[in-house]
Ligand binder design. Structure first.
Ligand code: AMP
Length: 282
């Protein structure tokens, strides 16, 4: 696996690979890799000739009071893990390499960013879309592998790619979980023992909600109320619980088609998100 830290070398490398007609799989991450990230690399490995992972904690997607400074980082360990999962190139630029000048042109996401994390983290998806648009120009991948854990991010970037006629296919990958059911996340590092005991309830209650839909419940309000009550014992602040169509992210009066049940909770040192996507056949 080769480490690349400059935009020019990454662009040059991708250009050569494209000329050689290699199918490039790309896995953009913010590092502090875990089994979720490694699953994306392994999927890319199965389907592509070349696998490129990027590790870049993107300042543009963090709000002023968010955890940009304390976001966990360990690029050396990340390189070992990425290599063991089969990556060919590890692109890890610095902030000044990615943003040598103030960005005077940025992406603006509308509608899809008005709900869920977008409503709570204003500007977040503009920052995500901006860095991913840059990365897509630098790497020129055929496929981009993304976790459904960040389902709104998948919807936003899929739409950005459509809107801008980018020649990259988004490949969504299922959420990788701890044995407890807790969705793997770099931020789990900041959970205390007690919080690690509590956090698996998020997926437990999402599964119960999914089951109630499969059993015929169609009231959005009833399901939201149920989830809220189940989460009351948590020592965390509920940021949102929502049910929307997926991937359009619209409120449905009657639940139908493909929907997402998504939630976010804030423990004192880590904000966690989770979701389930349900196909309602009728
Ligand atoms: P991040 O480093 O958190 O920005 O995540 C990089 C990519 O890994 C994103 O596409 C995430 O959705 C994906 N990812 C993060 N956690 C998981 C997980 N538990 N299962 C599957 N994919 C994940």
């Amino acid at each position: 696996m080769k480490l690349i830290t400059t935009v020019s070398e990454m662009k040059e490398t991708s250009k050569i690979l494209c000329k050689q007609d290699k199918k490039i799989g790309f896995v953009p991450t913010m590092g502090f890799l875990h089994e979720g990230h490694l699953t994306l690399i392994r999927e890319a490995r199965k389907e592509c000739d070349i696998v490129i992972i990027s590790v870049f904690v993107n300042p543009l997607q963090f709000g002023v009071n968010e955890d940009y400074d304390s976001y966990p980082r360990d690029v050396e360990r990340d390189q070992e893990l990425a290599k063991s999962a089969g990556a060919d190139y590890f692109f890890a630029p610095t902030v000044s390499e990615m943003y040598p000048k103030e960005m005077l042109t940025t992406m603006q996401v509308t509608k899809l960013s008005d709900v869920l994390c977008g409503a709570k983290r204003v500007g977040h998806f503009d920052g995500v879309a901006t860095v991913v648009m840059k990365l897509l120009h630098i790497v020129s991948p055929d496929n981009m592998y993304m976790g459904i854990k960040d389902a709104q991010q998948v919807a936003v970037l899929q739409r950005m790619i459509e809107d801008f006629n980018v020649d990259t296919k988004v490949i969504p990958i299922e959420i990788v979980r701890e044995e407890s059911g807790l969705a793997m996340s770099s931020r789990n590092k900041y959970l205390t023992e007690q919080e690690l005991q509590e956090a698996p309830i998020l997926y437990k209650v999402l599964k119960q909600a999914r089951q109630s839909i499969e059993d015929g419940v169609r009231s959005r309000e009833d399901i939201l109320r149920f989830i809220k009550e189940e989460l009351l014992p948590l020592h965390a602040e509920i940021d949102y619980i929502e049910i929307l169509s997926y991937p359009d992210l619209e409120i449905l009066d009657t639940l139908q088609g493909q929907i997402i049940i998504a939630l976010a909770v804030k423990f004192p040192n880590a904000r966690l998100i989770d979701n389930v996507i349900v196909q309602i056949e009728e």
